[in-house]
Design a protein around this ligand. Structure first.
Ligand code: FES
Length: 137
C-alpha cells in the first residue's frame, strides 16, 4: 500500500518544478523505500500530476461523453484558437497550457465541465471560458 505521504511529496515536487521530474521520482522512491515504478504508478493515477512542464494556468476541458454532447468541443476549439496552442502544449509566455485527453471529471450532470487551475466551471460556455482566460492574461 502506498502511503498518503508519497502523494504529498509528489504535490511538493509539482509545486517546486511545475511537473514531476525523473529526479523527483527517484528522490521520492528513495525517501519512501519504494521503487521508482511504484512512484510513477501513483503519479500517473492522479490527473493533478504531470510528467511534462505545464503553464502557470492549466486548463482542462472534459471530453467525456456527457461533456462532448453538451458542447465541450466548441470550448476546446475556442481555447486552441485564442491561445494558439493544442492540447498538451504551453503558450510561449508560459502562462497557459491545455491539458491533454481530459476524460470524465465525475460531474456529468453539470456538463460541460472545464477546470482552470482549481476552479471548476459547470455548464461552461464558450463566452464564459473566453472571459475567464482573458482575466488571467
Ligand atoms: S463526461 Fe465530463 S464530467 Fe463526466
Amino acid at each position: 500500500m502506498i502511503p498518503d505521504s508519497i502523494i504529498v511529496a509528489l504535490q511538493k515536487a509539482m509545486a517546486q518544478d511545475g511537473y514531476i521530474t525523473r529526479d523527483a521520482v527517484n528522490r521520492i522512491a528513495n525517501e519512501f523505500h519504494v521503487s521508482p515504478t511504484q512512484v510513477y504508478s501513483v503519479a500517473s493515477f492522479y490527473q493533478q500530476f504531470s510528467f511534462t512542464p505545464r503553464g502557470k494556468n492549466v486548463i482542462a476541458v472534459c471530453m467525456g461523453t456527457a461533456c462532448f454532447i453538451a458542447g465541450a468541443e466548441a470550448i476546446l476549439k475556442m481555447l486552441k484558437e485564442e491561445l494558439g496552442i493544442g492540447e498538451g502544449e504551453i503558450t510561449p509566455d508560459g502562462k497557459f497550457s491545455i491539458q491533454k485527453n481530459t476524460r470524465c471529471l465525475g460531474k456529468c450532470a453539470c456538463a460541460p465541465i472545464v477546470t482552470i487551475n482549481d476552479r471548476v466551471y459547470e455548464h461552461a460556455t464558450v463566452a464564459q471560458i473566453k472571459e475567464a482566460v482573458n482575466e488571467l492574461r
